[in-house]
Design a protein around this ligand. Structure first.
Ligand SMILES: [Fe+2]
Ligand SMILES: [Fe+2]
Length: 308
């Protein structure tokens, strides 16, 4: 009891780091490097096992080589420490040549599609970028390739990671830079072993479904778009509410949870030492202790609340 989980795989999904070279701040104010460092620190400090770190694009704001180098220098050791596979995905702010050279040591300005096998889970990094533009697309050659990849068996199925989400954006402005002709992917995904689609680009957490598959859009670690902004604003980007997501893959379901990029002051909680005590109890005993409103455990919590 109280062990972390029984998920077959856990993915930490991070998006839209928008790093700049020379440790520069985005819009001169947003400390994008520090934001990412804090996220990595939180993952390292947590007790959650992470099987894969998936970064869904817009890694570098203007595709500077030193921004990619800094990113790689930060994330590769963190992934290694966590024992996690590292999966990069191209975004519209990235440039294929710099992305390929700096993150993969590969001189290529071609399409950056890649396939990973993470303990029987296939993760496909699909490049939806269009050179010179911010909207997304896939080519016929990519769709043929994807169909062929998905025809190969994968023990735990597939997670498709792509920058531009196959979802209709809420804002007409954002729709101008969404994934065009997303319906062309529909017959490829429907009926395949794709269990989840992970995306970014929107800079706010969003969830939907495409071809019968759940879609999770991770917000950004740089700045976020505030959907609660005043109607006098067409779009409002704010330096706050940054987050990442944890994707838990169970045998028969996929669960997405949003995790704040920053740690906040704790108002209440339980120490990890409680786990050792719980492990000495039977399943019935611990259920009674935690769930029964009149248990000593819950009485102590009520008294603690009264003290505050
Ligand atoms: Fe972005
Ligand atoms: Fe983007």
């Amino acid at each position: 009891m109280l062990q972390s989980d029984s998920a077959s795989h856990v993915i930490a999904h991070i998006s839209d780091t928008h790093l700049l070279g020379g440790d520069r701040k985005l819009f001169s104010t947003v400390d994008v490097a520090s934001n990412l460092s804090r996220v990595l620190d939180r993952l390292r400090a947590g007790d959650q096992k992470i099987d894969a770190l998936v970064f869904t694009g817009d890694l570098a704001d203007i595709a500077e080589a030193d921004a990619y180098r800094w990113l790689r220098g930060q994330v590769e050791p963190a992934a290694s420490e966590l024992g996690a596979e590292l999966v990069w995905v191209m975004g519209n702010h990235d440039e294929r040549a710099a992305y390929s050279r700096e993150l993969f040591d590969d001189e290529s300005d071609g399409v950056q599609d890649r396939v990973y096998n993470v303990g029987g889970l296939r993760i496909i990094s699909l490049d939806t970028s269009v050179p010179g533009y911010h909207h997304g697309a896939t080519t016929e050659a990519q769709r043929t390739w994807l169909t062929q990849e998905l025809a190969k068996p994968a023990k735990h199925g597939t997670v498709l990671a792509m920058h531009h989400p196959p979802l209709v954006a809420h804002s007409p402005l954002v729709r101008l830079i969404e994934l065009e002709e997303m319906s062309l992917l529909e017959p490829i995904v429907r009926g395949s072993d794709v269990r989840a689609i992970l995306a970014g680009h929107l800079h706010y957490s969003s969830f939907g479904n495409f071809a019968g598959v759940p879609v999770s859009v991770a917000s950004a670690t740089c700045y976020t778009v505030d959907l609660g902004a005043d109607k006098s604003l067409l779009l409002s980007a704010v330096d706050g509410a940054q987050s990442i997501q944890l994707i838990h893959l169970y045998d028969d379901s996929v669960v997405t949870s949003v995790v704040p990029a920053d740690a906040y002051p704790q108002t209440a909680g339980y120490p990890a030492t409680l786990r050792a005590m719980a492990e000495a109890m039977s399943a019935d005993e611990i259920r009674e202790m935690v769930s029964n409103k009149m248990s000593d455990f819950n009485s102590a919590e009520r008294e603690q609340s009264a003290d505050l």
